[in-house]
Design a protein around this ligand. Structure first.
Ligand SMILES: Cc1ncc(COP(=O)(O)O)c(C=O)c1O
Ligand SMILES: N[C@@H](CCOP(=O)(O)O)C(=O)O
Length: 463
């Protein structure tokens, strides 16, 4: 299995090389050369398996010879052992035919733990084998950063720097990043918003001198391994609702497009997904692109679902690559237009191809709050604001004949202010984190400037 760049001008890599590289050297994102298929029989055989066994079967064909079967099984087992729920990703019923996939039982209470805990294991194994070390730099609007710091803290072969927008993450998210005291992890607050952090990260990858000097690696969903790990729970949920003999739809609260792209890969592998619905908050570039065909960035408006306050949605490039018939040159041109002109028009053919897979909806701030309140009062469910965006769009877009699964991407206690404002109830953190507010914080402030950030990283990495 080889991985190719969405911009067509970087060498094809193995899974391990793509995982350790992050962004391709032509600025593109790695995708598998072809998508492995699972037959109806293969999918039916997942019934009754544990989450870990399902993960093994779904991911195995993508990994080539990176890990042998026994090692892969061990790494998966270690990754999910710290989760606070035996099912790992339990489904609960919200209403007839509408289910919530709870993805917040991992160590940092957001769906990011599913991939990050696993790639923490993958990195450690691969780096130990190679006898080398890397510097991971990540950009976060709150959840990726906390999950990455948790997964990589204390590892000898890795230094981690997480760039987050100062003042634009929840206090719980910030403390999850700033309270670990291991010296290999650094939370760096920069001015601006998430898109600035992600832009600086991509600038670092495109500065080959720096990239090679510090052996830069990435754990945002630009890293294919992140996306792959997230494919698994689409299978586990659909199978528990009757796949392959019954089709299922999914609504995914969306920002950087990684999670819903994982659903798209599941569909391409053969999982019968009827609709994949993109749910955005007021930062609705994806909804505007899907409805009007114009992918154009605007100003990021801070919202009560801050993890989705994103206007440059990284993984959309992967979807465009397929929609443009895997023409890397066409994608490179669109990305140039995005960089120089702030957007591009999607061709009619590509838009039609995208609409074959994705529908979309947008939720305002008022609607998000009202949804949190109604879910609590009428469904007995305390939703985080991101999950509420998903549930609201799912209700609007549901076909009553097809079960709908909405992804609950974070625990309500990560966003207690928004939840309390909507319901009057302040959700408590799980027992294991009860002292989060008493732990000392370690915050680094830095300019939103490439050279300043590179200097800071050079000074702090362990030699
Ligand atoms: C809680 C939460 N929900 C939804 C999202 C959106 O996921 P994605 O960026 O994969 O679209 C994020 C972060 O991206 C998040 O942290
Ligand atoms: N919402 C994310 C933004 C980064 O997304 P990623 O999936 O590309 O890592 C966050 O919480 O940081």
């Amino acid at each position: 299995m080889k991985y190719v760049s969405t911009r067509g001008r970087a060498p094809a890599l193995s899974f391990e090389e793509a995982m350790l590289s992050g962004l391709a050297r032509d600025g593109g994102l790695y995708v598998p050369e072809s998508v492995p298929q699972m037959s109806a029989g293969d999918i039916r055989a997942l019934h009754g398996l544990s989450y870990e066994e399902t993960a093994f079967r779904v991911m195995r064909p993508f990994l080539g010879d990176t890990f042998d079967d026994a090692t892969l099984g061990d790494l998966i087992a270690r990754a999910y052992a710290p989760f606070g729920h035996g099912a790992r990703a339990p489904l609960v019923q919200l209403a007839p035919g509408h289910f919530l996939l709870e993805l917040f039982h991992g160590p940092t209470l957001a769906f990011k733990d599913f991939a990050m805990q696993l790639i923490g294991q993958f990195f450690e194994e691969a780096l130990t084998r190679r006898g080398t070390r890397v510097t991971i730099v990540g950009a976060t609007s709150g959840d990726t950063g906390s999950a990455a710091i948790e997964a990589f803290r204390g590892l000898d072969a890795v230094d981690v720097f997480i760039l987050y927008p100062h003042g634009r993450v929840s206090e719980v998210q910030r403390r999850q990043m700033t309270t670990p005291d291991e010296t290999n992890v650094h939370a760096v607050a920069i001015d601006g918003h998430f898109d600035d952090a992600q832009a600086r990260l991509k600038d670092m990858f495109n500065d080959f001198g720096f990239r090679d000097e510090v052996r830069l690696a990435g754990v945002n969903s630009i890293n294919w391994a992140r996306v792959l790990a997230q494919v698994v729970y689409f299978f586990s949920a659909a199978v528990s609702l009757g796949a392959p003999d019954r089709a299922v739809s999914f609504t995914v609260p969306t920002g950087n497009f990684g999670d819903i792209f994982a659903g798209y890969i599941a569909r391409r592998m053969g999982l019968p997904i009827a609709r994949l619905v993109i749910a955005t908050n007021q930062n609705d570039i994806l909804h505007r692109a899907m409805t009007g065909g114009d992918y154009r960035t605007g100003t990021v408006a801070p919202s009560i679902s801050p993890s989705m306050d994103i206007q440059v949605s990284s993984n959309f490039e992967r979807a465009l690559f397929d929609a443009y018939g895997r023409d890397g040159g066409a994608v490179a041109q669109l990305m140039d237009e995005l960089k120089t002109g702030g957007g591009f028009a999607i061709s009619q053919g590509a838009l039609q191809a995208l609409r074959e897979h994705f529908a979309s909806g947008r939720v305002s701030e008022e609607e998000t709050s009202a949804m949190i309140a109604r879910a609590h009062a009428q469904m007995g469910e305390l939703l985080c604001p991101h999950s509420a965006v998903g549930v609201k769009v799912a209700e609007e877009q549901r076909d009553p004949a097809v079960p709908m699964v909405t992804l609950a991407t974070a625990h309500p206690a990560k966003f207690p202010d928004a939840v309390e404002a909507a319901t009057g109830l302040r959700p408590a953190l799980p027992e294991r984190m009860a002292d989060l507010f008493a732990r000392p914080e370690r915050i680094t402030r830095a300019e939103n400037d490439l050279s300043a950030l590179e200097t800071l990283i050079r000074e702090r990495i362990r030699k």
